[in-house]
Write a protein that binds this ligand. Structure first.
Ligand SMILES: NC(=O)c1ccc[n+]([C@@H]2O[C@H](COP(=O)([O-])OP(=O)(O)OC[C@H]3O[C@@H](n4cnc5c(N)ncnc54)[C@H](OP(=O)(O)O)[C@@H]3O)[C@@H](O)[C@H]2O)c1
Length: 238
């Protein structure tokens, strides 16, 4: 039987690449998001998560792996952000995901399954990271990191929990942000991309495919638990 994987945000960018590469490697993947979804889920509404997850479990049983990937960043400085924008980004990036994890772990306990949770975090969550972007986005990603630290201790017999903290990866979402920066700074796309590359010790960016291979590795490495993996081509704090 194929091992089942739930991926949030598998319609574009990193999540889409993970979905494709895991499928090629024999996993049965289910994308939870708004567009091209196996299960339609709008993470802006945490109170809809249980219903969507229950539909999945009734149809397919237990998924052994969940990849917490969906998320977005915001442009702008704190004083320009509306309260509704702040609440929404927390709902999408963290609260709905915690709600989903809660129901999945409950099922793992009930059916005595040892599952695997992979959190897609960001370098922006690390204290002192010099390129941390929007403060509210960074706070959501700090919450992802903190979730890994605590969850890994709460259910070690049922859930292997690890976090992959990315630097900049060129995706649809990231390109939108970079293009906004070009307008703001009066720069070209190439200039902004060069800046991002040169901020890394390896003077290059990480690719979606590399992240997907790393996910495969984390899934297969059975003793890896409570790890925060820096997948950033050498982004650094300073
Ligand atoms: N790219 C980077 O440089 C970078 C760096 C650090 C961390 N990350 C993190 O990596 C993850 C993926 O980023 P990406 O660059 O691949 O972004 P992306 O290309 O914009 O894709 C984002 C995914 O999240 C889903 N999503 C967004 N809002 C949603 C909502 N309300 N409900 C359900 N799904 C929603 C989208 O699906 P729908 O729109 O179809 O719902 C889409 O599949 C994010 O958590 C991001 O913070 C990315």
């Amino acid at each position: 039987m194929e091992s089942k994987v739930i991926i949030t945000g598998a319609s574009s960018g990193i999540g889409k690449s993970i979905y494709e590469i895991l499928t090629k490697n024999g996993y049965k993947c289910y994308g939870f998001q708004r567009t091209n979804a196996d299960y339609y889920l709008d993470l802006s509404y945490p109170d809809t998560v249980l219903n969507v997850y229950s539909q999945f479990e009734c149809a397919h049983g237990i998924a052994e792996t969940v990849i917490i990937n969906a998320g977005y960043s915001l442009d702008g400085t704190l004083i320009d952000l509306k309260l509704t924008e702040m609440v929404n980004i927390f709902n999408v990036n963290i609260i709905s995901h915690i709600e989903l994890i809660k129901h999945i772990i409950n099922s793992w306990k009930k059916y005595n399954v040892k599952g695997n949770i992979i959190l897609i975090g960001s370098q922006a969550a690390l204290p002192g990271y010099k390129n941390a972007s929007n403060v509210v986005y960074s706070a959501t990603k700090a919450a992802i990191y903190s979730l890994m630290e605590t969850l890994s201790k709460e259910y070690p017999e049922h859930a292997r929990v690890n976090c992959i903290s990315l630097g900049d990866v060129i995706t649809e979402g990231e390109l939108r942000l970079i293009k906004d920066k070009c307008i703001l700074n009066g720069t070209s796309l190439d200039m902004e991309l060069d800046k991002l590359k040169n901020d890394n010790l390896m003077s290059r960016l990480v690719t979606k495919e590399e992240i997907s291979q790393l996910v495969l590795f984390v899934m297969s490495y059975q003793s890896l638990h409570a790890a925060n993996i820096n997948a950033s081509a050498g982004s650094y704090i300073g």
